[in-house]
Each structure stands twice: as C-alpha cells, then as structure tokens.
Design a protein around this ligand. Structure first.
Ligand code: APR
Length: 318
C-alpha cells in the first residue's frame, strides 16, 4: 500500500484522539500528527497508538506534540495537507452547543492563527462547536479561501438518521439512505423526501408521525448522548465522519458528502457556512451540489440559512 502526506489533528481529547487513530488505521497517510495544550498528553497517546500498529497491521506513524501558549510546538504540523480542529470544550448535560461559543472561540482563534502560520496550504476541517460559527471563525482567522475551510456535521447527522431508520425497520444500515442539511443544531433539516430503504421511499415504509419521531431524535442526537454520558459528548460517530472527510480530501476522490460549506449562490443562498451536500477533493470543496428539495424542505433550509447567517455575522467580534 502506498502512503503519503501528513494530516494533523488539533486537540487530543476524545474526539481528536479517536479521529487520529481512525486516520492512522486507514494506512494511507505517511504521518498523523496529534497536538494538545496538555503537556505530554498527545505524546503519550501517540506512543500508545503506534504500539497498536503491529497488532492492527498499519504503518502510518503517529506523532504527538504538545503546544504552548505562544504557538510553541506548532512546527510539528508544517506541511500538513489537512488539519482537523477538535480543540475546544464539549457540552455538559443541559447545555446547548451555543453555550460553548465564547470559550471555544478563544481556543479557535489561537489554533487558527497557528495553522495559518505553520500549515498555510492545508485544508481545514473543523468539528468544534457551535459548529457553523466555529467554522466561520476558522475561515476568518486563517484567511484561507472558503473552499479550504469545511465543517463536519452533516455526515454525522446523516449517519445518526440512517441508524435510527435501520433500527426502527430492522434492516441493515447499508440498505438505508438518508440526508440532513441545514445547521448542526435546532435548524437541522432532515430531508425525508430523499430517504429510502433498498430504493423504496421512506415515506412508504413509515407513517408521517414515525418519520417525525426519527427526525426529532436525529435533531437531538448529540444531546441524547451528552445526557447519558454526563461528562463529554459523542466521539465515535463524529470521528468516523471527520476521518472520512479527510480521506476524501487526501484521495481527491470527488465523493459527495453532507458537510458544512460556504454557499455562494446555491439554492439562491450566499455568504454563510451552511450544511449542504458538496463534492470533496484536494482543494477541499470542489463544488456545492444542490439536492432537489420539496417546497417545505427548501423553506426549512432557508430558515436554517437565515439563522446561521445571523449568528455568523457576529463571529468577527468573538
Ligand atoms: N489547542 C489544542 N488543544 C486544546 C486547546 C488548544 N488551544 N484548548 C483545549 N484543547 C484540548 C483539551 O486539552 C482537550 O484535550 O481539546 C481537548 C478537548 O477534548 P475533550 O474535552 O475530550 O472534548 P471532545 O469530546 O474531544 O470534543 C472536542 O468537539 O464535538 C465537539 O463540542 C465538542 O467542541 C468540542 C470538540
């Protein structure tokens, strides 16, 4: 197998460390760098992960690097083709993603400045919450072209919706196709009209009320897990989503995925980061793909756009 390139993951908490290990286990990168502000944590995790290589059969080298308050250590990410930002606080029970905004914005500013300095050619994938706002802030602070800064949310929300449908109908997840657009929050838009099971429309298999229940559970998918965990938020499905996005960029695959991307006229909407389907490649977003929507789904997408646009307008003051 040929391996190439470097991908860096900022933040070695649950989300970051799981993402780093998934990326390494793909065995397609030469190097995966994992950083954190906690002295020794990324180094220790990288040693542990490297020691799993012989058992799991991958050769990608994991490098752990702690970073200091003035950007010390960031030279480790130099030359990264992709940088995934997971640094930031997760939610506690009862908190909304918006409750994290001030703390995570401070973290995002310092992380993004260092990425711009040390990995100026990278595609940035942000996962820190609140997702839409932190992605907009990452773009603002790095000054990178919009298509090179992406947020991860739609893959996760779609995976959750798919799993709920599969469990409800007792069918393999591979036979289910769902989609969510909009925001990673209250204005998430699960697109029931394109959902199907083995090619059959979901709306023929479940009643409108049953679909609504699954849509509601999807919208609250993160909070459901936070309430059970009590400390911290989900990371297995989220890391799978972020790692798949990085893989699509690395392989320049052109895979179409639901992601948080800058819209510039698609659906008649412009000037905000929004959950849409997009084709991913080496430069990040190759193009936003417009999914055919029903009138009511389109109205919900516009509602989501207006909500995220208003919030993103204030991001520069954070
Ligand atoms: N640079 C690098 N790492 C940082 C920084 C920083 N400036 N500030 C904090 N961190 C690190 C913390 O030290 C911690 O190890 O980020 C890590 C966060 O890890 P967890 O608390 O385990 O949180 P996690 O579940 O990984 O979530 C990270 O993803 O889903 C979102 O809402 C979630 O914004 C949160 C992010």
């Amino acid at each position: 197998m040929s391996r190439s390139g470097k991908v860096s993951v900022i933040g070695a908490g649950f989300y970051g460390s799981t993402t780093a290990l998934r990326l390494a286990e793909y065995d397609i990168f030469e190097t995966v760098v994992l950083t954190d502000v906690i002295e020794g944590k990324p180094e220790g995790l990288a040693i542990d992960m490297n020691q799993s290589r012989w058992i799991e059969g991958f050769e990608t080298n994991l490098v752990g690097q702690s970073t200091g308050p003035n950007g010390e250590g960031y030279e480790a990410i130099a030359g990264s083709e992709i940088v995934i930002i997971t640094a930031g606080l997760p939610r506690k029970p009862g908190m909304s993603r918006m409750d994290l905004i001030e703390t995570n914005a401070k973290i995002m500013r310092s992380v993004a400045e260092n990425i711009a300095k040390c990995a100026p050619g990278a595609v940035v994938i942000n996962v820190a919450n609140p997702l839409d706002e932190m992605t907009a802030l990452a773009q603002l602070v790095t000054g990178f072209p919009y298509q090179r800064v992406i947020g991860q949310a739609g893959m996760l929300d779609t995976a959750r919706f798919t799993n709920f449908v599969a469990e409800k109908l007792g069918v393999p997840v591979s036979s289910v196709k769902t989609l969510t657009l909009g925001s990673h929050g209250d204005t998430m838009v699960p697109v029931a009209s394109v959902c199907s099971v083995d090619g059959k429309p979901l709306t023929e298999l479940l009643s409108a009320d049953e679909v609504d229940d699954l849509v509601t559970r999807t919208r609250n998918g993160g909070a459901e897990i936070v309430a059970l965990l009590k400390t911290g938020s989900a990371y297995y499905a989220p890391s799978a989503a972020a790692a798949r996005m990085a893989r699509a960029v690395h392989e320049d695959s052109g895979v179409v995925m639901p992601v948080c991307a800058w819209v510039d006229g698609e659906y008649g909407l412009s000037g905000a980061y929004l959950g849409v389907e997009a084709e991913l490649g080496r430069e990040g977003i190759r193009r936003v793909v417009e999914t055919p929507l029903t009138d009511s789904e389109k109205a919900l997408l516009i509602e989501a756009y207006e909500a995220v646009k208003a919030k993103q307008a204030d991001v520069k003051d954070l």
